[in-house]
Design a protein around this ligand. Structure first.
Ligand code: TMP
Length: 217
């Protein structure tokens, strides 16, 4: 039986540079011999990517917060069953662009859905599955939003206002504070070079965590 892989998630608001920094982390881990699977939420499976399209699409009718929440967890259930659990069980390290902390930040913080609703769905859908390490790329909302806005057409979430994203950011920072053992907060407001310096420190920490797990089992 192989050693269970590490489950690493990367979180942050809009325009914090998740894609660039995820690619950086992925290649660092691969170069150091870690078998990495990169995936994302919502998405990561064919069904999940279909649900993602539905979630991001700008629609004429109002989307009920509960509909949004259940779609996110529907995609997540499929993602866990089809991709995340098999990879972890095979000893592969899963690097996931967003996971349930995004639901607490966007749906509870942003949309003001009750925390307990997410907690219940988290237990139902994930059972005991939680990330081992979570990287939070953090930048003041105005900086992130101005970066996101130059990328082109906005999706349904990106269209939200500054207050919404301030609540998302506060929720992420609060989660990081409440779970400081799992979280590593990276200041993403500085230059890419400086962000990657911080990322390298965390990546080395992840690597030694991975080595410990490999040796310890
Ligand atoms: P992305 O911008 O990271 O690709 O994610 C797509 C959007 O989905 C992003 O605006 C945040 C949103 N989202 C939620 O609202 N709740 C969630 O649980 C997840 C995973 C994403």
């Amino acid at each position: 039986m192989s050693i269970r892989g590490l489950f690493i998630t990367v979180e942050g608001g809009e325009g914090v540079g998740k894609s660039t920094n995820l690619a950086f982390l992925e290649s660092f881990l691969r170069d150091n011999g870690v078998d990495v699977v990169c995936t994302r939420e919502p998405g990561g499976t064919a069904i999940g990517e279909d649900i993602r399209r539905l979630l991001l699409q700008i629609r004429q009718e109002e989307v009920c917060a509960m509909t949004e929440l259940l779609l996110i967890f529907a995609a997540r259930a499929q993602h866990i069953m089809e991709a995340i659990e098999p990879a972890l069980a095979a000893g592969r390290t899963v690097l996931c662009d967003r996971f349930t902390d995004a639901t607490y930040a966007y749906q509870c913080g942003g949309r003001r859905v009750a925390w307990d609703n997410v907690k219940q769905l988290e237990s139902l859908v994930q059972d005991k599955l939680r990330p081992d390490v979570t990287l939070l790329l953090d930048a003041p909302t105005v900086i992130g939003m101005s970066r996101a806005r130059v990328r082109g057409e906005l999706d349904r979430f990106e269209q939200e206002d500054l207050d919404f994203f301030d609540r998302v950011r506060s929720s992420y920072l609060q989660q990081a504070k409440n779970d400081s053992g799992r979280y590593r907060v990276i200041d993403a407001s500085v230059s890419l070079d400086q962000v990657q310096q911080q990322l390298l420190t965390v990546a080395n920490e992840v690597l030694s965590f991975w080595h410990q797990r490999s040796v310890g089992s």
